[in-house]
Unconditional design. Structure first.
Lengths: 308, 257
């Protein structure tokens, strides 16, 4: 299958001397739903900036569907749509104009631009706000507007840079339904997010970047399978005084009625149950901690407690 | 993009600029009309009636071309510097930068917007002037050519200012400390033949003198500087500033890291 994105030995050193990218190489296959994760300051924004031509690389190359960004910039950018992290539209313009104008920058004739603007604003539930000043939109609406704007020229590769930051659960879910649908329809999607459970649920492949370097590239299943420990959340019937010792297992108290058990893979859970039972601790329920990726992420970037 | 796509992108930028000019007409079109009306009333009518003819021309008639030119200069410059810097400041210039729109289309689009504003305000000032005097344009082609080149030159100048500007203060420094003095000293209100020889020579280093002079020649048929010299200086200024603007855009100064 063709590569939607090929990045080869990409380096970026800013005028200040900061080396933001130290030879990043990455491939994203056509049709993929790809997660690019990394802590703050890891180089994600620089990498995305370089892909959409807002950052000039110091060395290396970027190819979008085989078109070199340096040599064939217009064709390469024509295949790309970007939803940036920060709000970057004219807040005095109306959503309809913002989306239709964006189509114009990609050379779409005005009638088609208007038709597409209407279609995407409707798909993202913004049609009733199409002709109000965009500064009056809520945070979630502004983010959806940027998705509609990025989709209006129907790119083959869509980059979403933390699109759900500060968006409530309901809107986040509807945004992901939309993005999953366009991915099913053939658009390659690259996602960066602080909500690692989103990446775990949505993405098939993942790269983790830290200090300007890719520290892990893998498919999501293999990456999660490489976890050597699992964490379970235990809900108690009543509060307990002391926690028992179980060999190899770390038990933590989350609150009076909740414990967390970090268990090496392959360890029988019966060991934990027996120890708890002996200590007079009665369990009401048990669940696997959903955010497994977060544990891996923190281990890979070696910064326990560091926000992604 | 192909030629048709580029023209569509160009049209999009131009229409967005025109829409901005009309949306904030209270800031873009009305103030120059009020200011120029005051100039006509105070300098042209009240003080001007006490002043002798200038180069054989009634003073009111003498200042009309200068005031129109002053409006065109200030408004073409002011339009692009505030619009382009605003798009940088709010970061919506990125909408265009991440698209396949070529640099020449971006520069042309913003410059056409600035020229449109300059010419719209020029037309408003002309209408205001007609309440105070009768105008007979002697050389229409030269008049139009001068208007266009002047608006284009100051569109480029405003674009350069916007490219370098990092804060809103930076877009008011050049108009306040450079553009306004040069305009006032460029023969808008007087003929440079009135100046002592030294200052008359110094005035020839002021490019605005050539623009005002050429426009006055187009409208009244008389000027301080030969029309050929004026046109040559104007075209040279436009080419130099246009080339520098393009170079800055290609380098992505202040736009691309």
């Amino acid at each position: 299958m063709a590569q939607a994105l090929e990045i080869t030995d990409l380096k970026k050193t800013y005028d200040t001397g900061v080396s933001a990218l130290k030879g990043v190489s990455l491939e994203v296959a056509e049709g993929d739903f790809f997660a690019l994760l990394g802590p703050n300051g890891a180089g994600k924004s620089t990498l995305i900036g370089a892909i959409c031509s807002l950052v000039r690389p110091t060395a290396g190359s970027i190819r979008i569907f085989g078109h070199d960004l340096a040599r064939d910039r217009e064709t390469a950018l024509g295949l790309l749509g970007v939803v940036p992290q920060e709000i970057n539209f004219n807040q005095f313009e109306k959503p309809f104009d913002i989306v239709a104008n964006q189509a114009g920058f990609y050379g779409l004739p005005r009638p088609l631009a208007r038709e597409r603007a209407e279609r995407y604003l409707k798909q993202l539930s913004l049609w009733d706000k199409a002709f109000v000043a965009s500064r009056t939109l809520s945070g979630g609406m502004k983010r959806r507007l940027m998705i509609a704007r990025a989709m209006v020229h129907e790119p083959k590769l869509l980059i979403l840079d933390e699109p759900t930051a500060g968006v409530d659960i309901e809107i986040r879910r509807s945004m992901w339904q939309f993005v999953e649908q366009i991915n099913r329809d053939g658009t390659t999607v690259i996602l960066t997010t602080h909500y690692l459970e989103e990446a775990e649920q949505l993405c098939r492949n993942i790269a983790i970047i830290d200090k300007g370097e890719i520290v892990r590239k893998s498919d999501m299943k293999s990456l999660l399978a490489s976890l050597d420990r699992e964490t379970f959340v235990l809900d108690l019937v009543e509060a307990c005084d002391a926690l028992p010792n179980v060999e190899g297992v770390t038990l933590r108290r989350i609150d009076a009625l909740t414990l967390e058990a970090e268990v090496p893979k392959g360890t029988e859970l019966n060991l934990v149950f027996r120890a708890l039972d002996s200590a007079g601790i009665r369990l009401r329920s048990l669940r696997n901690k959903a955010n497994r990726l977060e544990e891996l992420f923190l281990a890979l970037v070696d910064r326990k407690g560091h926000a992604a | 993009m192909n030629t048709h796509g580029n023209l569509t992108a160009l049209n999009t930028i131009v229409m967005r600029e025109i829409s901005r000019i009309l949306r904030i007409w209270g800031q873009t079109l009305v103030p120059p009309a009020i200011t120029m009306t005051l100039y006509f009333v105070i300098f042209g009518n009240l003080i001007g009636s006490q002043i002798k003819d200038m180069n054989g021309i009634r003073y009111m008639d003498f200042i009309v071309p200068g005031l129109i030119m002053m409006s065109v200069i200030q408004n073409s410059y002011g339009n692009i510097v505030s619009s382009f810097f605003g798009s940088k400041f709010q970061r919506f210039i990125e909408e265009i930068l991440v698209s396949p729109t070529p640099n020449w289309v971006i520069l042309s689009g913003y410059c056409i917007g600035a020229i449109v504003r300059g010419l719209m305000v020029g037309a408003i000032v002309l209408v205001v002037a007609l309440f105070f005097t009768r105008l007979e344009v002697k050389h229409p082609l030269i008049t139009l050519l001068t208007l266009f080149i002047t608006a284009l030159t100051f569109a480029f100048a405003g674009f350069i200012n916007a490219m370098f500007a990092k804060k809103f203060d930076d877009i008011s420094i050049v108009p306040t400390f450079i553009l306004t003095p040069l305009t006032y000293l460029g023969g808008v209100f007087y003929s440079i033949s009135l100046l002592p020889p030294f200052w008359e020579k110094v005035s020839h280093f002021n490019p605005i003198l050539y623009m005002v002079s050429a426009f006055r020649y187009g409208v009244l048929g008389k000027s301080d500087v030969p029309i050929g010299t004026s046109l040559a200086v104007m075209i040279l200024a436009a080419v130099i500033l246009g080339a520098y603007s393009s170079w800055l855009l290609v380098r992505g100064r202040g736009l691309r890291n």
